[in-house]
Ligand binder design. Structure first.
Ligand code: CA
Length: 242
């Protein structure tokens, strides 16, 4: 049985979620205070198979909780509850390390489907690769510049060093690898990787690229692989020999 932590301060919503998620066969705990939720997750994040995390919380907001967990090396899957009217929250959530989001107010069936997707994450990656087709996409690992990207394990290794990737970092890298050699626009990344179609500030993408360069480049300020294409966006230049 999967055990979930629901971090939500609106009690009627939290109890409604508990009732319905238990009916779906999940074991559910509720915390309504951001700071206490972070403490509980830092104390033992393996206690939960996934976290449903509201953004607006007393004590500490959902963005801070996600980023502090990731900074502490805790990779419990996070489904963030964002406000529908604020697409920038979606981007902030992904930047903070959320794995997926559901905008409020949500249909319970959608939330359950997203949760199931997170819990089947390994399979999800294989399905995504199969759906995208093509040789490059179907690979679960790729090596270049002394780095090895493992899409299944969601990490980049360089020598003894391993960086864990969030699901969105992993999907963005997969997208760049499958379009290697082509310039991809920020808009295309927003739509095809994030699934965000609203008119959103595309500069959020740049923060992700800064992070990916830290994983992929010897000198992130003078990248060899993940290049800026002025006026367009980015391109991943893979060496012919790798
Ligand atoms: Ca709230």
């Amino acid at each position: 049985m999967s055990r979930l932590l629901v971090v939500e301060d609106e009690q009627h919503l939290a109890e409604g979620l508990r009732f319905n998620l238990e009916a779906e066969g999940y074991e559910v705990e509720i915390l309504g205070h951001g700071g206490r939720a972070l403490e509980a997750l830092l104390r033992d994040s393996t206690r939960f198979d996934a976290v449903v995390l509201d953004v607006m919380l007393p004590g500490k907001d959902g963005f801070a909780i996600a980023s502090e967990l990731r900074a502490a090396g805790r990779y419990v899957p996070i489904l963030m509850l964002t406000a529908r009217s604020r697409p920038e929250d979606v981007l902030r959530g992904f930047e903070a390390g959320a794995d997926d989001y559901v905008p409020k107010p949500f249909e319970l069936a959608i939330l359950v489907a997203r949760l199931n997707g997170l819990l089947r994450r390994g399979r999800w990656h294989r399905d995504a690769a199969a759906a995208a087709g093509g040789d490059v996409n179907a690979q679960d690992t790729i090596e270049f510049g002394g780095r090895r990207i493992d899409f299944e394990a969601m990490q980049v290794t360089s020598g003894e060093q391993a960086h864990r990737l969030t699901r969105m970092e992993c999907e963005l890298l997969r997208y760049l690898v499958s379009n290697a050699g082509k310039a991809v626009s920020r808009r295309a990344i927003l739509e095809e990787v994030w699934g965000v179609h609203e008119d959103t500030d595309t500069r959020a993408i740049d923060n992700f690229m800064v992070r990916l360069r830290r994983y992929l480049e010897d000198d992130p300020s003078s990248p060899r692989f993940l290049l800026t294409v002025r006026g367009v966006g980015y391109t991943l230049a893979l060496p012919a020999e790798r």
